[in-house]
Design a protein around this ligand. Structure first.
Ligand SMILES: Cc1ncc(C[n+]2csc(CCO)c2C)c(N)n1
Length: 220
């Protein structure tokens, strides 16, 4: 079994509370309060900045030049594409770059991003990838699920663009590539003795994703 599928099965409760969170359901139906989405968007921008640092740490922790390149592509994808897309989305929701960059990081944003960075600093590339996996692969699963369930009724849904972004082939391919990259690293580094710690990292990251959604809901 692929490492990701195994970890997901082992953390099925935490995984479900993340990918089936009420915030996700309300994105699909369009019922999510707009104030919740705005708060989420700003925090997600701040989240992605820290995420770029985590990929940069991945360069440092890479055992091979191929792994370095994968991590570098992650940094570039965020710095050159993802952050601009986010600013565009924020602008369409009435928020400027200044609004966003001057916003304080919420406790949930700090908790999640620093957990991922610490997992990578204390461990090796595999620890870092496992801490990153719920985030990258989870959004692909959420986007795909929402498109399958609500794809016919998205016209008029204010979150249509968000759903299309994560259900679209570009993001789906990125997530699939990340899954393959973890498997390749696991082929080199994984031993059974490491599984309990990897399980813990994966479950914690899934819980912190659910907390991130909850933060959005509570901002309404
Ligand atoms: C809380 C939160 N979790 C996951 C993602 C998805 N995601 C993580 S990194 C990245 C950029 C591409 O590597 C994207 C889209 C997010 N945006 N916010």
């Amino acid at each position: 079994m692929h490492l990701f599928s195994r970890l997901k099965a082992d953390a099925s409760g935490d995984w479900a509370s993340y990918v089936e969170h009420q915030f996700v359901h309300e994105l699909g139906t369009g019922e999510l309060p707009k104030s919740s989405f705005r708060h989420y968007l700003v925090q997600d921008y701040l989240f992605l900045i820290q995420f770029a640092r985590a990929y940069a740490l991945g360069i440092y922790k890479s055992p091979t030049p191929q792994d370095m390149r994968q991590s570098l592509e992650g940094v570039k994808a965020i710095m050159d594409v993802e952050l601009d897309l986010h600013l565009e989305l924020c602008a369409s929701w009435g928020m400027s770059r200044e609004d966003i960059e001057n916003a304080p990081e919420a406790a949930q944003t700090i908790a999640y991003t620093r957990f991922v960075l610490e997992a990578g600093m204390a461990g090796d590339l595999l620890d870092l990838q496992v801490a990153l996996a719920p985030c990258i692969i989870g959004y692909a699963e959420i986007g795909k699920g929402l498109a399958e369930k609500h794809g016919q009724t998205l016209d008029g849904n204010p979150y249509k663009r968000w759903i299309e972004e994560y259900s679209g082939s570009t993001y789906q391919n990125l997530a699939a590539e990340f899954g393959a990259w973890i498997d390749a690293t696991a082929g080199v580094y994984l031993t059974e003795a490491r599984v309990p710690r990897l399980r813990k990292l994966f479950a914690k990251a899934s819980q912190l994703e659910a907390d991130f959604w909850q933060m959005g809901l509570e901002a309404s």
